[in-house]
Design a protein. Structure first.
Length: 959
């Protein structure tokens, strides 16, 4: 039952939304602002004539050839966004790969928002703040240069510039898919405050936000700006809190494909585990213990007969009546609870009219909490129970004795059995993530006269990422605790009776029936995983730009500069995690660093002005020389052209060579050895075939080279002079990333080497497999470092259009304006061939690995001096479950329907400096399409909303 506050909030916003529809059927949260040359300015300033991100050259009137999108603070206000990531992820070119609802069941990035252009991964999108690098967030056990967009106060943001194209020549490594540059306010004066609260249709996802921005002059030449922001979100429970989640769709391996004529894998509702229950299910399938299969233990120790469903696969089944089968997502949070604090300060002083000194400081802290999985033992990892265990319930012991007494079992006695258990009584894992960032900048801006400008900055930042996972099962203790024997003093752990010092303190664990484990045993078999990563970044840069001379078509503009950067990482993990001793969230201690020295030059040369069909023709070129202490020297470059043939018609194109340098995690991850039984179809290095113990050595690689990307873009923008207010553009993009850094799954590597999977690189893969030394616990050793491997491909089209109509043009009695906007990305290719086994195309595949072919975003807005009404429509096109599947063969339903979402907002100016606003997201409460997975959410949260209709209302004061 929803509380009074929730009902009041919902009623208020529903009425506001109804009024908006009835009044004008207008609206439109402008998710994507127009092109850079069409950008709308922040309220307190006029439209900037220089967009800083697309080019280092700063010249009024120059339009860079790289497509650039601008999001200003008015867009954030219209959406009621608490951070810029909410709006960025609504741009069709972005993929919401890392958000609070995409972190999965382990929640290692709780509350984080990363920018991911073109779905190339967040480490291939460079995020800057005022053109400077920002210290990344590095989750323990994960690599990549990833900036959490939560770390910048939303009220401090003047605009975000998004360059959708390679930009390494201008900005350095990681600008493969593009750049997001967050431009902060420099000379804000006055006070701006905002408070808002919201909740979902279902009474969860409750959120409130308080933010304050203030700025004042200090004498005639000084200026101080301060901003504080706090956001609190209570998160969302598991998928069973939603109607679509309670349907429990999942995947079941067809157990009778040869006879029922159905596909190999079935997408079905009401899918549960077929191999475990909360209190324990005997799942032995071979040997004499198979006679016990299907017996489960009730809380009182009595036995029940498990009701298997219609389709029963190796691990999952459909239905099964009133049995205790459990679903994978039971108890796993859709979204974590998040508390976030951010602060920012900037002090500047004009030493002269031509020289400004400034200092900046920022602090952010995010605390995320999520519930994940309980300890689980399923078919592949059962609890092996000896019949000597004195904790076996009497009813089960009687059944074992009865079966062993049968004549046919005289020579084949039951001595042990496998037990599958979903140990909710031991407790769900709970994660707590703390992410704290401090950063300082000192710099200067100088006007040297005659168009020459000089700037420089020194930056130091530090991020501390701390992860705790409570109630995490300690694997060795669990194995000791479930292996119980009878002694004169009662039940005891077998390892203790054998004098195994590692088992000292062992407490026998009763796993027979839900609620059976004692508190002492639970304390023994669980612990708290602790890891702490400290990442530091120190950088300095200097930049000079100006116009050294002119050609017949105008001045030539250049920009030159240099940058030095040093980054280091120090990760500490607790001793148990260090040896991979927990059920999950294990990492390794890590220390590493690198430094990089860079120099760049860029030039814009005008070739024609005001000629027939050559109103304007400019060429742009940039080159950057980069020297990494870790991976050596590399050169990046970019060339572009802009051609205005007719008034308002601009044709543009670029080609660039960009890089992503290997990060510290990929280079310095220490070696971790795991031994598992793996299948060798053919002998390697004179060894045996078949199932053999194999050591897998996972490690970093200090010999990695940078990834190299080639990007091509070509397109046009047109603002027809005969239709004032209309603008549209079309751009084609083609990105190919070569020498992609990745690891290969050991099983796949073995299959490549033994010929199970065809590849022309067979000898290359065999070089990583050797015979283990004599006396080793394994037969083979598979070396599995990070490697420079294959390539990644992205191609497609971006579309944008906008039209603004002042209503007074229709009638002098009408006020305000209408603005319509549309943007779309059509993906043609979205695939890769990392291993050399062949290119795999994922365009049109609606999955975490793929991307729908068409994503659109459109809006309609009415705005006047007192009222703004907005309606936004986002569409995710239909797709396939897996492009490699044939419907009816590999899977019974290979189609994924699309979705259309509507968002609405209203802003009412109550007084000159005070306004109220309300936002309804997912106005029609559309459920996500069901894209079942047995080991994750039954949809694709990268594209679809899992929370449902949400309401938000608040107030703003501007003094």
């Amino acid at each position: 039952m929803k509380d009074t506050a929730h009902r009041t909030c919902r009623r208020f916003l529903t009425e506001a939304a109804s009024f908006a529809v009835a009044a004008s059927l207008l609206a439109g949260a402008s998710v994507q602002a127009q092109e850079a040359d069409q950008a709308t300015a922040a309220p307190e300033s006029s439209a900037p004539d220089i967009i800083v991100t697309a080019s280092r050259v700063q010249r009024s009137g120059f339009t860079a050839p790289t497509p650039t999108t601008i999001i200003n603070d008015a867009v954030l206000e219209a959406r009621g966004a608490t951070n810029v990531a909410t709006v960025l992820n609504e741009i069709p070119a972005f993929k919401s790969s890392t958000t609070p609802t995409t972190n999965g069941v382990r929640a290692v990035q709780a509350g984080a928002y990363f920018a991911d252009l073109r779905g190339l991964g967040s480490s291939r999108t460079l995020v800057l703040v005022d053109g400077n690098r920002f210290v990344p967030q590095i989750a323990t056990g994960f690599g990549g240069y990833q900036i959490d967009l939560n770390q910048v106060p939303a009220l401090m943001l003047e605009r975000a510039e998004v360059v959708t194209g390679g930009a390494s020549a201008q900005w350095g490594s990681d600008a493969v898919a593009g750049v997001v540059n967050l431009i902060l306010r420099k000379n804000f004066e006055g006070l701006k405050a905002e408070a808002q609260a919201g909740t979902s249709e279902y009474g969860d996802n409750s959120e409130y936000r308080i933010g304050v921005l203030g700025g004042l002059k200090l004498g005639d030449r000084g200026h101080l700006t301060l901003a504080l922001d706090h956001v609190s979100n209570d998160g969302v429970g598991d998928t069973f809190s939603r109607d679509w989640g309670r349907q429990a769709w999942g995947l079941v391996a067809n157990p009778a494909r040869a006879t029922n004529g159905l596909a190999a894998t079935l997408i079905l509702p009401d899918v549960r585990y077929s191999t475990m229950t909360n209190g324990g299910l005997i799942n032995s399938t071979t040997g004499p213990a198979a006679q016990l299969r299907g017996i489960f233990i009730n809380p009182d120790g009595s036995l029940g007969r498990f009701q298997y469903g219609q389709y029963v696969g190796a691990s999952f089944m459909q239905g099964g009546g009133s049995n205790e089968g459990v679903n994978f997502n039971t108890g796993v949070s859709i979204a974590p609870s998040v508390r976030r604090w951010t602060g920012y300060g900037r002090l500047s002083y004009d030493v002269t009219d031509a020289l400004t000194l400034y200092g900046e400081g920022s602090y952010s802290k995010t605390v995320g909490r999520a519930q994940t999985l309980p300890p689980r033992n399923e078919q592949a990892t059962p609890i092996v129970v000896s019949v000597q265990n004195p904790l076996i319930p009497q009813a089960l012991r009687n059944e074992i004795d009865r079966l062993n007494a049968l004549p046919q079992n005289a020579a084949n006695q039951i001595t042990s059995f496998n037990l599958g258990r979903n140990s909710v009584d031991i407790g769900y894992q709970r994660s707590r993530i703390e992410n704290e960032t401090q950063r300082g900048v000192i710099g200067f801006d100088a006007d040297l006269g005659n168009s020459w400008k000089l700037s420089g900055a020194a930056i130091h930042g530090r991020n501390v990422y701390t992860q705790r996972v409570f109630n995490n099962r300690i694997q060795s203790n669990f194995r000791f605790a479930v292996d119980v024997v009878q002694t004169a003093n009662g039940p005891a752990c077998r390892a203790v009776t054998l004098g195994n010092a590692a088992a000292n303190g062992c407490v026998p664990l009763d796993v027979f029936g839900e609620g059976a484990p004692s508190a002492e045993a639970i304390a023994y078999v669980t612990g708290t995983t602790y890891s702490r990563t400290r990442y530091e970044q120190t950088a300095a840069n200097i930049n000079l730009s100006g116009e050294p001379f002119s050609t017949w078509a105008g001045p030539v503009s250049i920009a030159v500069g240099g940058e030095y950067r040093r980054e280091k990482q120090n990760t500490y993990v607790d001793p148990i995690a260090e040896v991979a001793g927990y059920e999950s969230s294990n990492a390794r201690s890590l220390r590493g660093h690198f430094n990089v020295k860079e120099a760049y030059a860029e030039a814009v040369v005008p070739l024609a002005r005001d000629l027939p069909l050559l109103r304007k023709l400019d060429v742009q070129g940039a080159v950057r020389l980069t020297d990494y202490s870790s991976s050596g020297s590399v050169t990046t470059w970019k060339a572009g052209v802009t051609w205005e043939s007719l008034s308002g018609l601009l044709v543009r194109g670029t080609i660039s060579r960009d890089i992503r340098a290997p990060n510290i995690f990929e280079m310095f991850t220490p070696a971790v050895t795991t031994i598992l039984t793996r299948n060798f179809a053919a002998a390697v290095d004179g060894g045996p075939v078949g199932q053999v113990p194999t050591a897998s050595l996972t490690r970093g690689n200090r010999d990695l080279d940078p990834e190299v990307s080639k990007t091509k873009t070509i397109g046009f923008s047109y603002a027809p002079p005969f239709i004032p207010g209309l603008q549209f553009s079309v751009d084609y993009f083609n990105i190919r990333v070569s020498d992609a850094i990745a690891q290969i799954d050991p099983n796949l590597l073995i299959n490549f080497c033994t010929g199970v999977t065809a590849t022309p690189e067979r000898s290359f893969y065999c070089s990583f497999i050797t015979r283990s030394p004599a006396g080793a616990a394994s037969v083979y050793t598979v070396d599995n470092p990070y490697l420079n491997l294959g390539y990644i491909k992205r191609t497609g089209f971006d579309f944008e259009a906008s039209y603004r109509l002042p209503l007074e043009q229709l009638s002098s009695g009408l006020g305000g304006s209408l603005t319509a906007r549309f943007s779309a990305t059509r993906t043609n290719r979205f695939g890769e061939d990392i291993t050399g086994a062949g290119y795999v195309e994922r365009a049109g595949e609606t999955s975490s690995a793929g991307n729908p072919r068409l994503i659109t975003n459109s809006s309609l807005t009415y705005d006047d001096s007192m009222l703004t009404l907005q309606l936004q429509m986002r569409t995710i096109g239909k797709g396939k479950y897996n492009n490699q599947f044939t419907e009816g063969v590999q899977i019974n339903d290979n189609s994924v329907p699309g979705r259309t979402y509507f968002n609405m907002s209203t802003t009412i100016k109550v007084a000159e400096k005070f306004e109220l606003f309300g936002v309804v997201n997912n106005l029609t409460d559309r459920d996500p399409p069901l894209i079942p997975q047995n080991f994750g959410y039954p949809t694709a949260p990268q594209f679809f909303d899992m929370i449902g209709r949400t309401y938000r209302f608040g107030a703003r004061v501007k003094l």
